[in-house]
Design a protein around this ligand. Structure first.
Ligand code: PDD
Length: 289
């Protein structure tokens, strides 16, 4: 049995699923998405992901296709149906677009139903040498629009920025807008500056990451000094540690920034400590009934 997806009410082989070329997701990138990791068959921080989806759909005025309970049912069903092929650790991707309509920038008639697509892939374990080596990052001007808090499927800016990083043999581009560091091309950013864990505050210039929120929660639980504050490129350059966080990459320690070592060029002790708390949190989910 291969990978199974859900498209507009039907479970089917992912490779066989078909949408209309007139779908506004295809034509305009007119859609919202979420990526939810699955550990031990359990969806991670599901309520938080569904709340962000709700907020995003409301903000861009796409109809919510399912009730909260239906979302839970369908997402758990996708995990179950893919367990044999992918195992118990998966990455679930969902997207809701404004639906199929004749091409016109304005919204289609209200009878047009959103397109709902959900798929799952195996969650790739992080490379074994991350804890030894960390990753390289570059900084780049943020070339995206000014509504980066919306998890839109229109990702051309993010794609180009990530590729600029890959072109420099780096894992991620850290973005700078108007003299402030905001986030990565597909990740949030934390830095340890003068012993304090800092992440830029939520607002229209960055995605309110689910992993980001969890790290702030874990910091509070474990009495790690943390705050939300703006970070300048100069502060980033002198940071004791830099981390990038996302649902699929968890917490990546950045050890090289623009070709220069971050501190001693090794993943820091604060990263080790937070990674440990994160792994414990994940394990609790796997062990939950
Ligand atoms: N991206 N910022 C951006 C621009 C992102 O694309 C992501 C995640 C994050 C981290 O958010 P979260 O912790 O909720 O995953 C921050 C996903 C994983 C992606 O596009 O594949």
């Amino acid at each position: 049995m291969g990978s199974v997806c859900y498209l507009n009410g039907t479970y089917q082989a992912t490779g066989e699923a078909r949408i209309s070329p007139l779908d506004r997701g295809f034509i305009f990138g007119d859609g919202i998405y979420e990526v939810i990791p699955v550990y031990g068959g359990c969806l991670f921080r599901l309520d938080e992901h569904l709340q962000r989806l709700d907020d995003n759909l409301a903000e861009v005025r796409i109809k919510q296709p399912l009730k909260r309970e239906q979302w839970r049912e369908v997402l758990n069903e996708i995990v179950a149906r893919n367990q044999e092929t992918h195992g118990a650790e998966q990455s679930v991707y969902l997207q809701v677009t404004r639906g199929v309509a004749e091409r016109d920038h304005g919204f289609p008639d209200s009878h047009v139903e959103p397109t709902l697509f959900i798929m799952s892939s195996p969650l790739k374990p992080l490379p074994a040498d991350i804890a030894e080596k960390g990753v390289a990052a570059i900084t780049h001007e943020d070339i995206r629009w000014k509504n980066c808090h919306i998890k839109s499927t229109s990702l051309l800016g993010n794609i180009l920025l990530r590729q600029y990083a890959y072109d420099e043999h780096a894992a991620e581009a850290i973005l700078i807008r108007d003299g402030e560091v905001t986030e990565g091309a597909a990740s949030n950013l934390f830095a340890i500056i003068d012993g304090v864990l800092i992440t830029p505050p939520k607002g229209p210039l960055l995605l309110p990451g689910i992993t980001r929120d969890l790290i702030l929660e874990l910091a509070q639980q474990h009495q790690i000094a943390a705050c939300e504050a703006f970070i300048t490129p100069a502060q980033l350059k002198g940071a004791e540690e830099i981390w990038l966080t996302s649902s699929t990459k968890e917490i990546l320690p950045v050890t090289t920034l623009n070709g220069n070592a971050v501190n001693d060029g090794k993943p820091g002790k604060r990263w080790r400590e937070m990674s440990h708390h994160y792994q414990v949190y994940k394990q609790q989910l796997r062990d939950s009934p």
